[in-house]
Ligand binder design. Structure first.
Ligand code: AMP
Ligand code: ZN
Length: 466
């Protein structure tokens, strides 16, 4: 079976040929552990989990190494630690934040049906490799020391910018590059920087006497090399990482090891937005995986519904996360599971499913095939395909639990008021509609209106205001 993947590096779909079929190697940039994972962060986890499953199917489960790192050195972590644990010494506070966030991340990703990667290296466990790599870059003439920092000299790499397809001039014009007087060139980026007193620090490379810490990009270059070698097969992440993060990873790894590529295939998932808008705390539409699993729009949603809703859109397309879409995803699974749960999964997994995945992970096509299997009454195949894709196929695992507040005497009363409000709106009696909204608000109920993107119909939901 052929596997083709869209490669950001060459801007085309290409047949996948691993360097060593006995050890297929994939690296995906993992979370920076300072806060709950939001639903956008879950997208690369789910997408690359599907690819991991497919690779295991094609090459054998023991012949695929999937590495997803944990970034536990980062300024955002330091800031969060100081804020959340002001009475603890900073290093202890950081450990609390990273430990707690990492455990939460694992819990959430398991709920989404994601397999554990083969290895999950932490940046703090690879500082020595980073130091060695930085010294190598200095020795190779690609990096220099300035004011206790080590900087990568972008001009030392003539084809810098190949992944993002930008020229150096465009990058300088478009990027918010940090201008520091000690940089030789504004595009030069940090490999190592001094730590402020109290901040995490390690002995520095490049003969720098004061202790310091690594920059973000070098973390992935060092960890991927330590676990997968100087050149490997697939490197993945969200589209926002193409520039500068992946561009800089490539520069560091290729210059340190004098190779022509860091990874042969670069895959990027599209961005996720919520109800048609960019997800942002300031817009009030920021939603974490934990929140979805425990209560969003009045329901605790099963992880499998989140996973399925994610896979209904092709991974390279932008994805609009909506209540209507999630509800629809849940209904489809509920329907399928009702028939699949009593069937014994068929072996092997249906070929059309594998073929659709082999076509650059075409999950919408896979779902069309699942609908066909269900419609034709092939419940054994349906169940096998579901399990292969990380779904249990059991209704008991996907109950959607209503999260009514204990202080609400009667949810029916709320529903009745919402129905009355919608009737008033339909009759264009907006004064009455607003009055009912205020009445609900006084009861501690927040009303949310959304439009079904397909039918244009108004869908109103409510939740207990927090
Ligand atoms: P971060 O913790 O911001 O480095 O993000 C972790 C991963 O989530 C990266 O692969 C990002 O590209 C990805 N990511 C972050 N936000 C979104 C989003 N809104 N949609 C899709 N992927 C995202
Ligand atoms: Zn990375």
């Amino acid at each position: 079976m052929a596997l083709t993947l869209y490669n950001t590096l060459t801007r085309q779909k290409e047949p996948f040929e691993p360097l060593d079929p006995a050890r297929v190697r994939m690296y995906v940039c993992g979370p920076t552990v300072y806060d709950y994972a939001h639903i956008g962060n879950a997208r690369p986890v789910i997408v690359f989990d599907v690819l991991f499953r497919l690779l295991r199917h094609l090459y054998g489960p023991d012949h695929v190494t999937y590495v997803r790192n944990i970034t536990d050195v980062d300024d955002k972590i330091n800031a969060r630690a100081a804020e959340d644990y002001p009475s603890l010494p900073l290093n202890e506070a950081i450990r609390e934040v990273t430990k707690k966030t990492e455990a939460q991340f694992h819990e959430d990703m398991h709920a989404l049906g994601a397999l554990d990667p083969t290895a999950e290296p932490r940046a703090t466990e690879h500082i020595e490799q980073m130091r060695v790599m930085i010294d190598r870059l200095i020795a190779n003439g690609c990096a220099y020391v300035a004011k206790d920092h080590v900087l990568f000299h972008v001009a030392s790499m003539p084809d810098y910018g190949k992944l993002s397809g930008r020229s150096l001039d465009e990058m300088i014009a478009g990027a918010r590059v940090e201008v520091a007087p000690f940089k030789r060139d504004p595009m030069d980026f940090v490999l190592w920087k001094p730590s402020k007193p109290g901040e995490p620090s390690w002995p520095s490379p490049g003969g720098i006497e004061v202790p310091g810490r690594p920059g973000w990009h070098i973390e992935c270059s060092a960890m991927s090399a330590a676990h997968l070698g100087e050149t490997f097969d697939i490197h993945g992440g969200g589209i926002d990482l193409v520039f500068p993060h992946h561009e800089n990873e490539i520069a560091q790894s290729r210059c340190a090891y004098r190779t022509t590529v860091m990874a042969n295939y670069w895959l990027h998932n599209g961005f996720l937005q919520v109800e048609g808008e960019k997800m942002a705390k300031s817009l009030g539409n920021f939603v974490t995986v934990h929140e979805l699993l425990t209560g969003w729009h009045s329901y605790a949603w099963p992880g499998e519904a989140l996973r399925f809703n994610m896979l209904r859109t092709h991974y390279r397309q932008p994805l609009d996360w909506t209540l209507v879409g999630l509800d629809e995803a849940h209904k489809v699974l509920w329907d399928w599971y009702g028939d699949a749960e009593n069937a014994t999964p068929a072996a092997p997994v249906p070929m059309p499913v594998i073929e659709a995945l082999g076509d650059d992970l075409n999950t919408p096509k896979v779902i069309t095939e699942l609908h066909r299997l269900h419609g034709a009454g092939h419940f054994e195949e349906l169940r096998a395909a579901l399990q292969f894709l990380g779904f249990s196929g059991e209704r008991g695992k996907i109950e959607r639990v209503r999260q009514d507040g204990a202080d609400i005497a009667n949810a029916n009363e709320v529903d009745a008021l919402i129905a009355a409000r919608n009737a008033a709106r339909k009759a264009k009696d907006f004064k009455e509609a607003d009055r009912i909204r205020d009445e609900l608000q006084a009861m501690g109920i927040e009303v949310k209106d959304a439009k079904d993107p397909k039918t244009g119909e108004l869908v109103t939901t409510w939740e207990v205001a927090r």
